[in-house]
Design a protein. Structure first.
Lengths: 415, 261
């Protein structure tokens, strides 16, 4: 009986936050409440089946409607999805196998460039025949291909650095990411492979293979309306597959071997775990996730250049994994969501608000110090600069008060 | 035929001769102890035997198969598994998962099968868990299986190491000071456990031990190492009275004579 009450309560919370977000399409607060309802579902004490149904209701039905009303919400949701997928990939390497990787974004870049080069006229620069851009249908082939390419590059990076541990490995992965970025930045000569710092555009979007069906049932969407929804569902599907794959691996002998290597490499080897092979597998799986997400990112952005794959991106994803709780799937999901929402909505909102204050000519009056018109604030104190500062502060506070992350791995009794 | 056979195994670390031509034989159904003063090379011998170190010279044969140059995980698959002197559990894994890691090589589930979650994977996992629970019960850790390994008490952690080593289905079990830091009754119950293991779970046990009560109580044979050399071998009571052994432990001099009388 109790769980029925909880379910009804949850439904009420979901629907009210949904309606709130519809009534106030510009309100950040309403959307945050809506996002929080997902967390409430996760934490509630109801049956798994009911949880899944409620989650599906929010993600598959309410979210698209909301995104239809305010396109920015959908953009935020897609960004969240991309970072969740990246964080889950990095979580395997850092959280499970325990290898600090500071250059994870390299694999993301490899995936993005893989589709960008062949899904745009770029490839005509070095392959004659004017075959490119490839037709949109190739998108899915490249999505699969990117998994293979990601796994291969992950293994290639893994091979020479397997003997390294901890700090040494971290520096090598950092170097690897910089090498990849320098390569895409400079491979515009002698043969123009990547178009260098100017980036590649336009990148072909995935095919709208379902359009005839939509037309048949009488739904009319313009392409501009359809694509965000399409990307939203694609990334959602991708995240679901990644979560499923990660969960299955975690609960298998492979996941246990990874964690054993993280805890004590010598003991793991003594227990019969092939350390080298398992480390390579971890690298490969994590890299293939990132690379697949990269393909989607490229197609969504239409334009990519090396600027999207800087060291800060790697650090950002690492921060998501650590904040969420290393080695925990819900942790990585929550960490990625939290940091993305923080960056895209909260901190942006904060700096917009501060800017608004400044431009409205508000006067800051402090006791003893007198009053100070905000409009005369020097440029060094521009609100946009607080974004990174607040983010940094949150990181510091988290590490002091909850170093294990928001949702550290739990010991779940086995069925 | 001997289960394990060492012929002239030597190991150097730079200028330090850790093992000098150590030879020994270990037969099925025996509990053999390895004793010696601190720094005598006992743990080095274990590490060489399990592939953590590669011997500089000599031959090691297990079931008539050479172990020299094999990686640790291969040696484990071949049927030798061990515990560590300074407990090396997987702290942030549950007791059950610790034991399951020991089954890694025996649990033959492939990556595609795991990803597709095929029926066989479930069955094998179930089987492995069942066996792991059996070992947990055997080592007296029932009811603790879902706790983190680091939450166990010291004695329980030592037991968990044994359970984990047994999970690899070894023929030969190497125990590195299993009763270190335990009181008499705890040590006593471990001795009972070791005797029970023989024949049912393992074919032979080689243990490093400082607790003479344990050594004298359960060993069929004792080997003594000193400065990397084997100085004596024999039944416990023989070794106990061997003058070279007494010298290794107590040194030389008139007060030794005094102590002996």
């Amino acid at each position: 009986m109790k769980s029925v009450g909880v379910t009804i309560g949850l439904l009420a919370a979901i629907l009210s936050s949904f309606l709130l977000a519809i009534w106030f399409p510009q309100s950040l607060f309403a959307f945050l409440l809506f996002e929080a309802s997902l967390i409430a579902i996760y934490y509630s004490s109801i049956q798994r089946k009911v949880k899944l149904w409620l989650g599906a209701l929010v993600l598959l039905w309410l979210m698209p409607i909301l995104g239809f009303i305010n396109g920015y919400y959908l953009e935020v949701a897609i960004q969240i999805g991309i970072f969740v997928a990246l964080a889950l990939g990095l979580n395997i390497v850092v959280g499970f196998v325990g290898l600090l990787n500071l250059g994870f974004v390299a694999f993301y870049a490899i995936g993005a460039y893989l589709w960008a080069i062949f899904g745009s006229p770029q490839a005509n620069q070095f392959i004659a025949g004017g075959l490119f851009p490839l037709s949109p249908n190739w998108f899915f082939v490249f999505l699969l291909l990117s998994i293979v390419v990601g796994a291969l590059t992950g293994t290639l990076l893994g091979l020479p650095v397997l003997r390294l541990r901890g700090d040494y490995l971290a520096i090598v992965t950092l170097g690897f990411a910089e090498v990849v970025r320098a390569l895409v930045n400079n491979l515009d000569k002698p043969v123009n492979l990547t178009n260098g710092p100017r980036g590649i555009s336009p990148i072909t979007k995935p095919p709208l293979f379902f359009q005839p069906v939509l037309e048949f049932i009488g739904v009319k969407f313009s392409e501009a309306q359809l694509y965000p929804l399409y990307f939203y569902f694609l990334i959602l599907l991708m995240v679901c597959v990644i979560v499923l794959v990660t969960r299955r691996l975690e609960d298998s002998r492979i996941g246990r071997a990874w964690k054993a290597i993280r805890e004590d490499e010598v003991a793991a080897a003594a227990m019969g775990v092939p350390v080298v092979r398992m480390k390579l597998l971890g690298f490969a799986v994590g890299a293939s996730f990132a690379s697949a997400v990269g393909v989607l990112f490229g197609a969504k952005q239409v334009f990519i250049n090396p600027e999207s794959f800087t060291f800060m991106e790697s650090i950002g994803v690492l921060a998501m994994v650590i904040l969420g709780g290393m080695g925990s799937i819900p942790g990585a999901v929550l960490g990625a969501t939290g940091v993305t929402v923080l960056n895209l909505q909260l901190l942006k909102g904060l700096s917009l608000w501060l800017n608004g204050l400044r431009q409205s000519g508000a006067v800051l009056s402090l006791p003893l110090l007198g009053s100070y018109p905000l409009s005369q604030l020097p440029a060094q104190f521009e609100p946009a600069k607080y974004e990174r500062m607040v983010f940094g502060l949150i990181l510091i506070l988290m590490m002091i008060f909850r170093p294990q992350g928001i949702l550290p791995p739990r010991r779940e009794p086995r069925k | 035929m001997a289960l394990l056979e060492l012929r002239g195994v030597s190991k150097r670390f730079g200028g330090l001769q850790a093992l000098t031509r150590v030879s020994m034989e270990l037969e099925e159904g025996k509990i053999v102890s390895l004793i010696g003063p601190n720094g005598a090379g006992k743990t080095t011998l274990f590490n060489t035997l399990t592939g953590i170190y590669r011997p500089d010279e000599g031959e090691m044969r297990f079931l008539d198969r050479s172990l020299v140059g094999l990686k640790p995980e291969r040696i484990t698959s071949a049927g030798i598994s061990r515990t560590f002197q300074n407990i090396r559990l997987f702290s942030h894994m549950t007791v059950l998962d610790n034991v399951l890691v020991g089954m890694h090589a025996r649990l033959k589930t492939s990556l595609p099968a795991i990803l597709l979650s095929l029926q066989g994977v479930h069955e094998k996992e179930k089987g492995a868990q069942h066996r792991a629970m059996e070992l947990i019960e055997l080592t007296g850790l029932s009811g603790r299986e879902n706790e983190w390994a680091h939450q166990l008490s010291y004695g329980e952690q030592r037991r968990l190491e044994i359970a984990r080593a047994l999970a690899a289905e070894p023929k030969l079990l190497l125990l590195d000071e299993p009763t270190a830091g335990m009181n008499t009754s705890e040590a006593q119950s471990l001795m009972t456990l070791f005797k029970a293991l023989l024949g049912r779970y393992v074919k032979a046990i080689l243990l490093i031990e400082h607790n003479m009560r344990v050594v004298m109580g359960i060993s069929d044979c004792v080997h003594v190492l000193d400065y990397g050399e084997k100085i004596a071998e024999g039944r416990p009571e023989e070794v106990r009275h061997d003058p070279r052994v007494i010298e290794a432990y107590l040194g030389q001099g008139s007060w030794v004579e005094h102590a002996r009388s």
